[in-house]
Design a protein around this ligand. Structure first.
Ligand SMILES: [Zn+2]
Length: 342
């Protein structure tokens, strides 16, 4: 077992032990809700290990033999945390600027098609405009020249910048309520903390849960192999006004109609709508709050229709009213899709 894998396993074990030790402690609260509280606490503490994916190459058999000689077999340098291994073999990548990056690691096992995974900085050095793609998706991918000790391959397609992704085992997927190919937001803590969006979730029983980012993403947030990160919901960003709740948790009134035609960010529109809706739920659901000043009642609930919601209105059309608001983007998109607005 190699050191990196050992360290990751130890980190995961320690985290799991800390988590399981916390459960009995908080149970001493002896309230009926303690189980729910524990779950909520655990879910905010269930971390994901992050790994840094340095530029590398996957080869098909044909290209391996061109680069390293007929009948050549990859030899394993070290096992990876997720299925596969880093091979002893390395190649040189050359781009149209005729700059070269040497010692680019080959990862095994062999694949049916060769693929080069670079970070943006690598692309700038090489003069290659590689798109952000999930591994194996070659549509619109870039080309490069791969140089080995025995030969040269001109790779017409297959040069990508790998998308941010999380390899996830089915148990963790169930825990987080995620499906294969879902996209999540991931928060990295620390002085260079960042929230990464559009992180693809890939689920397989062969995977151990681990996020992969390229070296540019890693360096921007000070991520090293084994950094622990959180899956978060970054769409809950709300305008400061909506966050400035009073002592009763009531946000200030947002004047009627003030955001129609003003909010262009669908996330913000959604969060204003959610904030108003949850406020209404709170007021309706809790009898004790009846004597509070109700700024938003259930009847005043606003529905903000965003582009994502349009599919629900495909047949019925959209009936606008004081409480049903269409985001400007959704309005344009609805017109384009021929969805009736009345
Ligand atoms: Zn990966």
């Amino acid at each position: 077992m190699d050191t990196e894998k050992l360290i990751k396993d130890v980190v995961v074990n320690v985290m799991q032990r800390l988590e399981s030790e916390k459960v009995p402690q908080s149970k001493t609260g002896s309230s009926q809700n303690s189980n729910q509280e524990n779950q909520a606490r655990a879910s905010s503490e269930r971390k994901v290990v992050c790994g840094v994916s340095v530029r590398h190459v996957h080869l098909c058999k044909e290209h391996l033999e061109i680069l390293f000689g007929k009948g050549h077999q990859l030899s394993e340098l070290r096992e990876l945390y997720n299925p596969g291994f880093a091979a002893k073999e390395a190649v040189t990548i050359v781009g149209p600027k005729l700059n070269a990056i040497q010692n680019v690691r080959v990862l095994g096992p062999l694949r049916s098609k060769s693929q080069v995974e670079l970070a943006k900085t690598d692309c700038v050095i090489l003069g290659i405009d590689a798109p952000v793609k999930p591994s194996g998706n070659f549509e619109g991918s870039a080309s490069a020249v791969i140089v080995g000790p025995k030969g040269v391959v001109h790779l017409d397609e297959g040069v990508i910048r790998a998308n941010r992704h999380i390899h996830m085992c089915p148990e963790d997927a169930e825990y987080f309520g995620l499906n294969d190919n879902d996209e999540v937001d991931v928060r990295v803590p620390g002085p260079k903390g960042l929230t990464f969006n559009n992180v693809q979730v890939r689920i397989s029983p062969d995977f151990k849960t681990e996020m992969h980012v390229d070296t540019d993403d890693a360096n921007s947030a000070d991520i090293v192999n084994g950094t622990l990160v959180d899956i978060v919901d970054a769409s809950c960003i709300a305008p400061l006004e909506a966050q400035m709740a009073d002592a009763n948790g009531t946000p200030p009134d947002i004047p009627d109609g003030s955001f129609a035609g003003e909010i262009t960010d669908t996330n913000v529109a959604k969060s204003v709508s959610n904030s108003l809706a949850s406020q209404a739920d709170k007021q309706n659901g809790d009898g004790s709050s009846e004597d509070q000043q109700v700024s938003v009642s259930g009847d005043d609930r606003k529905i903000v229709i965003t582009v994502e919601d349009l599919k629900d209105y495909k047949d019925s059309g959209i009936k606008l009213s004081d409480n049903v608001i269409l985001s400007p983007l959704a309005r344009d998109e609805a017109k384009e899709r021929g969805i009736k607005i009345y």
